[in-house]
Design a protein around this ligand. Structure first.
Ligand code: PLP
Length: 444
């Protein structure tokens, strides 16, 4: 299988030469938070696939619901005024979690398509309102909003921009609220305000009459689980309102319970005009995403005439069925409340014990999204000379010991399924500690 894969399959985000040296690892089966490779080796997946398998692997109910829908109606589109029962019921269901904020949803197959969707809708919105010059969009450095051309442009990843002459025109980036790295002598609260005010300065530079929107992940995921200080989002929201630009939340990672709330913006207490969703919407069982749209924006879009945007698989009935069944499980098992009141605080308290380790500068988490910041000298917040290497050492050690974690530079990222047990959290933290011991022994 590995040889066939190497011969024919180009992988996302992968150095193919490097992969050829190690061979492809074929994953074969999953159960709860555990994934098994084709040799039968178990791995604790502390990353829920790619931040998505929120209900855990191996839920037969989803397969059964999907099979029934497959046999009834495997496909019909939602173009030109048709829908299917699963797509319509899912639209009602996802908007019901928004506390009355979002009345509508536009379906896509992925988070990247969701990004492209709100990007176009934001420009249509201002055009309908007679302000077509409001086109520029402001995002953040080190953000991740997907891999399509607009998604990779809005994302603030240098290594992505370098491939393909990105960003495209009309996209600008400001700094990220990463206190540990950039906060200097400021308190986190002061630093949160400072970083939010970069948005105001950027709007001044571009001219308010030219800016359509600002986008941010409530907590930056792939950028390193950057948890903003409490002062950050209220100030961003104030600026967006004062300067009359749309506020977009990218909820692809934070949505559907990961932070112990249905959406990340609810946790931080701000009200976006649109929000992209994917991943936890179906727990990754089938590909589906979307853009949640507030009544304010939906009312304007209703005046746009034809909206010339859509995907063959927008609202795909089988994917929508998987999402409905996933959300039924999330509700029935009270997973959002479990993360907020029980397993989230338990993870936080367990992870905090790692702060006594010599190579740990800080540990942070909200719900089941966490990061362990590595440090060369914790007393001065000094980082390793080669932060990427430090992260790779810990990640590699953990992987060799059958724990799947991710690293963004020198931050170890944790994002397990929402059904992880307390015993599994104990095991996870113990494994991470071994990885940290190993890093200390490397004398980097
Ligand atoms: N937005 C965020 C915050 C993400 O983390 C991701 C993927 O990781 C995306 C958008 C893109 O989603 P997809 O990979 O489904 O296109």
């Amino acid at each position: 299988m590995s040889a066939i894969d190497l011969a024919h399959h180009i992988h996302p985000f992968c150095d193919m030469k490097d992969m050829a040296r190690h061979g492809t690892q074929i994953m074969a089966r999953g159960e709860g938070i555990w994934i098994f490779d084709s040799q039968g080796n178990p791995y604790m997946d502390a990353f829920a696939g790619l931040w998505c398998v929120n209900i855990g692997y191996g839920r037969k109910e989803i397969g059964e619901a999907v099979m029934r829908q497959m046999n009834e109606l495997p496909y019909y589109n939602t173009f030109f005024g048709t829908s299917t029962q699963p797509a319509t019921l899912l639209a009602q269901k996802v908007t019901s979690y928004t506390q009355g904020l979002m009345s509508h949803v536009f379906f896509t197959s992925s988070g990247s398509e969701a990004t492209d969707t709100w990007f176009r809708l934001a420009r249509i919105y201002w055009k309908v309102l007679g302000q077509p010059s409001k086109k520029q969009v402001i995002a953040r450095r080190n953000a991740y909003h997907g891999s399509t051309v607009a998604g990779a442009s809005l994302g603030g990843m240098k290594h992505m921009h370098e491939q393909g002459d990105l960003p495209i025109e009309g996209i600008h980036h400001i700094g990220q609220p990463y206190w540990y790295a950039d906060g200097g002598d400021l308190t986190p609260a002061e630093f949160g305000l400072k970083m939010a005010r970069e948005l105001e300065a950027k709007i001044d530079e571009l001219g308010e009459e030219n800016v359509a929107a600002f986008v941010g992940e409530p907590i930056q995921g792939a950028g390193g689980v950057i948890i903003p200080p409490d002062t950050y989002w209220p100030e961003i929201e104030r600026i967006c309102r004062a300067r009359n630009i749309l506020l977009i939340a990218d909820e692809v990672v934070c949505g559907f319970g990961r932070l112990g709330s249905w959406f990340g913006h609810q946790h931080f207490g701000f009200k976006p005009d649109m929000a992209s969703i994917a991943k936890g919407l179906s727990s990754g069982y089938l590909p589906i995403g979307g853009v949640l749209i507030s009544e304010k924006v939906a009312a304007v879009l209703a005046e746009a005439g034809d909206i010339n945007h859509g995907y063959t698989y927008s609202g795909h009935p089988v994917c929508a069925t998987a999402a409905l069944e996933n959300l039924r499980i999330v509700e029935e098992e009270g997973l959002v409340e479990r993360v907020r009141d029980d397993i989230g605080p338990y993870l936080a308290q367990s992870l905090k014990t790692l702060e006594d380790h010599e190579v740990v500068g800080q540990v942070e988490s909200v719900g089941l999204l966490g990061a362990v910041q590595l440090a060369k000298d914790k007393s001065t917040r000094q980082r390793f000379k080669d932060p990427d290497r430090a992260g790779r050492v810990v990640r590699g050690f953990c992987y060799d010991h059958q724990l799947i974690m991710r690293a963004t530079a020198d931050r170890m990222l944790i994002s397990p399924a929402l059904i992880i047990s307390r015993e599994e959290v104990d095991g996870l933290v113990q494994y991470i500690r071994h990885g940290l011991d190993h890093l200390r022994e490397q004398h980097l």
